[in-house]
Design a protein around this ligand. Sequence first.
Ligand code: NAP
Length: 251
Amino acid sequence: MPDKTRKVLILGGTREARRLAELAVTMLPMRVEVITSYAGRTKRPSDPPGTIREGGFGGTQGLAAYLKDTGINLVVDATHPFAERISDHAFDACVNTETQRLQLARPPWRLQTNAKWTEVSDMAAAADAVGHFARRAFLTTGTQDIEAFSDATDTWFLVRLIEAPTEPLPLTEHEIILARPPFTLDDEKALLVEHQIDTVVSKHAGGPLPAKITAALDLGLPIILIQQPPPVPGNQVDSVEAALAWILSQL
Ligand code: NAP
């Protein structure tokens, strides 16, 4: 009689989630099913191995029902550090269903102390800072956060998005470029120079320093960094390998 299948749900949408699914499918015993969940808002060039599910669960209760109905044994929340809602829902749903949960977090960026960067608490504070000293800003925060910058009417924005917005952006002066990471340092520098950017605005996403930040540092440009929301309580690791080891330890 074969062992009962154990099911691991990876809440995804990040490169770490993809990597974890790849390692888990390759390295975990056959009787483990790896399910990666996507919000399903942007197209993906490809899917990681394992089972894929897509779309919201319907809040905390919907997620709790999914965990029970699907027989999920373990949840790894590998969502983006700024994806606050799904992480809160995962915390509550796992408590309510007594499902083991792990947060796969990212180590913070370490920037030189002499670099021109300012950390602000949220988008509104970033928009306020932009309004004060940026004339030509590079914005990569994603469409849903752009509204916060609508009052910075004296600033021109270069907005980089993965997919074209479905509605006009609420910015007075801007240009949109569509591109999907990864980006090279040379290309990022060329982009900043070509558009005469004087300020880079970015979420402090953590993990490996992205080329846009290194490019801004190399060019001596000011960077406005939006702080990560506080992490949800509970088990947390900051590497894909540690997350894999945690899954193994729970089987
Ligand atoms: P969010 O505000 O925390 O979540 C909004 C809603 O989207 C959630 O309540 C949930 O719907 C659904 N959702 C989010 N992630 C999901 C997942 N992995 N699987 C199934 N449903 C999910 O999230 P967000 O900031 O909009 O980000 C959406 C996705 O993009 C996340 O998976 C995240 O990892 C990825 N991402 C986000 C950012 C960012 O800057 N926020 C950057 C890169 C990638 P229900 O309530 O209906 O369950």
